[in-house]
Design a protein around this ligand. Structure first.
Ligand SMILES: NC(=O)C1=CN([C@@H]2O[C@H](COP(=O)(O)OP(=O)(O)OC[C@H]3O[C@@H](n4cnc5c(N)ncnc54)[C@H](O)[C@@H]3O)[C@@H](O)[C@H]2O)C=CC1
Ligand SMILES: C[N+](C)(C)CC(=O)CC(=O)[O-]
Length: 497
């Protein structure tokens, strides 16, 4: 679904915590962004959100990304929404303000644009109330940080054309999100209902002097919060029921629901004393870091967790894996031998961004990641050479030797690419030459020697005829580049400098 969506133009109305996150997600996924916010501080805040988002979001992908879209802060709503395909309203949570803003938006917006609200609590029918075109308005409720968390609750009404709803789902999936379409509208949607329940109990625990903010956070992050990151409530409790599963769990723990464990129905009064207790405990817990520092810590942790889930193909990791597949499909990197239109060019064998969790404490990409990236480039070249060919069962190339020459450094968030030459292919042996760039800077070269194993015997054997012919064609085409200095490879990389 996601590969089919054209990148378009997003208008972001309100550029605070949530609007800034939307702007970053759209722009980093290649959309043009126009943002309107009357706050004179909005450009500074937006620049800081973008700096953090650039370190975090692109590194979620193990696939080539589109170039970052242009971002413009404009002085009026009409300029922001002009020509927009998607309009995301993220102004403060006040119904009258939101309705006023829709009047202004709809006086200038294209009728076909989706007008989505980030509201945490209002139902779409309330937002559609006095609108010029109620059918254009939906709820797309994201989670902070919008540029990393995939969930977006999509809430619609009968006033919305099903085609507009499908378009909304496709756009959200194309920017790496997981649209959860609610069966019907309800105050505060699904996730905030759950969050509010936990929040209310937490406020009571502080008010009653049972726990501090730090202790409550430990109770979450050392235990059930970790479980919830990968399985939800029900799958987790199914396992907790033992071999008899959910029925046994309900029989054993269901009666507890009637015990006086919860204060859910009572709302603690948020009086001065409670506000002071929460705020001062929170200062003691986390005040040593600025909010931007906390955001960076949170983002790196989330990137690490999400990438772990992606490696397992589970939960939010499945969404990331699907998005990677769509990004790869949409990229211009060669995948098949026929994609090598001009054999006499180096093969563009990798494009990716350095993820936050690949960096040392000072931000530099750690040494083992050079081998990782260059290994991925080798794998891609081997896939290209072997594409659409019949394989000898068990036949494959294995690494015999890798020599890496370090020439510079990459940082978290840097865009990497690798250009590869095939420098020899005698018998069972294959040698590749990689040049690794961070942006335009050459940061490493590598020689990768491989042997072909035939499958039936452990001894190296020449690859099948078609593969051997392709390798020979590439060796011949690349020979002059290796001798004379490739057009897109600096002379020193090919040993001619
Ligand atoms: N903060 C959160 O954790 C989440 C908030 N939301 C929802 O997102 C929306 C925005 O919330 P936040 O970003 O947290 O608030 P915020 O206070 O950080 O940002 C709101 C922004 O809107 C701007 N603004 C005010 N009037 C405006 C107008 N007439 N036109 C354009 N911009 C205007 C403000 O200058 C401010 O920059 C709310 O509906 C909220 O419920 C949704 C998910 C999470
Ligand atoms: C506190 N909140 C209701 C604004 C939270 C959300 O809406 C979602 C989130 O990011 O937790």
């Amino acid at each position: 679904m996601s590969a089919a969506v054209e990148r378009g133009r997003a208008a972001i109305i309100g550029g605070g915590v949530i609007g800034g996150g939307w702007a970053a997600r759209f722009a980093l996924m290649g959309w043009e962004v126009a943002l309107f916010d009357p706050d004179p501080e909005a450009p500074r805040k937006l620049a800081e959100v973008f700096a953090n988002a650039r370190l975090a979001l692109p590194g979620l992908a193990d696939a080539p990304l589109p170039p970052e879209g242009r971002v413009e802060i404009v002085p009026t709503i009409s300029e922001a929404v002009h020509g927009a395909d998607w309009i995301q309203e993220s102004v403060p949570e006040r119904l009258e303000l939101k309705r006023k803003v829709y009047q202004q938006i709809q006086a200038h917006a294209p009728e076909a644009a989706v007008l989505a609200s980030s509201t945490s609590g209002f139902k779409p029918s309330e937002l559609q109330g006095c609108a010029t075109w109620p059918g254009q308005i939906i709820v797309a409720h994201p989670f902070n940080p919008v540029y990393l968390l995939p969930l977006v609750e999509l809430v619609t009404t009968d006033a919305n054309d099903p085609a507009l709803v499908e378009k909304a789902k496709a756009v959200l999936a194309s920017i790496g999100m997981h649209p959860l379409h609610l069966r019907r509208e309800i105050d505060a949607h699904i996730a905030d209902r759950l969050l509010e329940a936990v929040w209310r109990e937490a406020l009571w625990l502080i008010k009653d002097g049972i726990a501090t903010t730090a202790e409550i956070d430990d109770a979450i992050r050392m235990g059930f919060g970790l479980r919830w990151a990968q399985m939800g409530l029900f799958e987790t409790y199914r396992i907790a029921g033992g071999e008899a599963g959910m029925r046994h769990f309900l029989a054993q723990f269901g009666p507890a629901l009637e015990w006086p464990w919860t204060k859910l129905m009572d709302v603690p009064e948020l009086d001065e004393a409670l506000v002071e207790a929460i705020a001062s405990q929170s200062d003691a817990q986390s005040g040593a870091h600025s909010i931007r520092e906390l955001e960076r810590i949170r983002d790196t942790n989330l990137v690490t967790i999400l990438r772990g889930l992606k490696a397992r193909g589970w939960g939010a990791g499945e969404v990331l894996a699907r998005h990677d597949a769509a990004l790869s499909e949409a990229s211009s990197l060669p995948r098949r031998f026929d994609d090598l239109v001009d054999l006499a060019r180096p093969i563009r064998s990798l494009e990716r961004v350095v993820p936050a969790d690949w960096a040392e404490a000072d931000g530099r990409m750690s040494e083992e990641r050079y081998s990782h990236v260059l290994g991925d480039a080798t794998r891609r070249v081997l896939q290209i050479i072997a594409s659409d060919c019949e394989h000898t069962p068990g036949g494959s190339f294995v690494t015999a030797e890798i020599r890496i020459r370090h020439l510079g450094q990459a940082q978290a968030g840097d865009r990497l690419h690798v250009e590869t030459l095939v420098n020899s292919g005698e018998g069972a042996q294959l040698r590749l030459f990689h040049a690794l760039f961070a942006g335009e800077r050459l940061i490493a070269t590598a020689e990768h020697a491989l042997s072909h194993l035939g499958g039936e015997t452990p001894a190296p054997t020449p690859p099948p005829e078609t593969l051997a012919a392709r390798i020979a064609a590439l060796v011949a085409a690349h020979a002059s580049l290796l001798r004379g200095g490739a057009a897109s490879l600096p002379a020193e990389t090919t040993g001619e400098g």
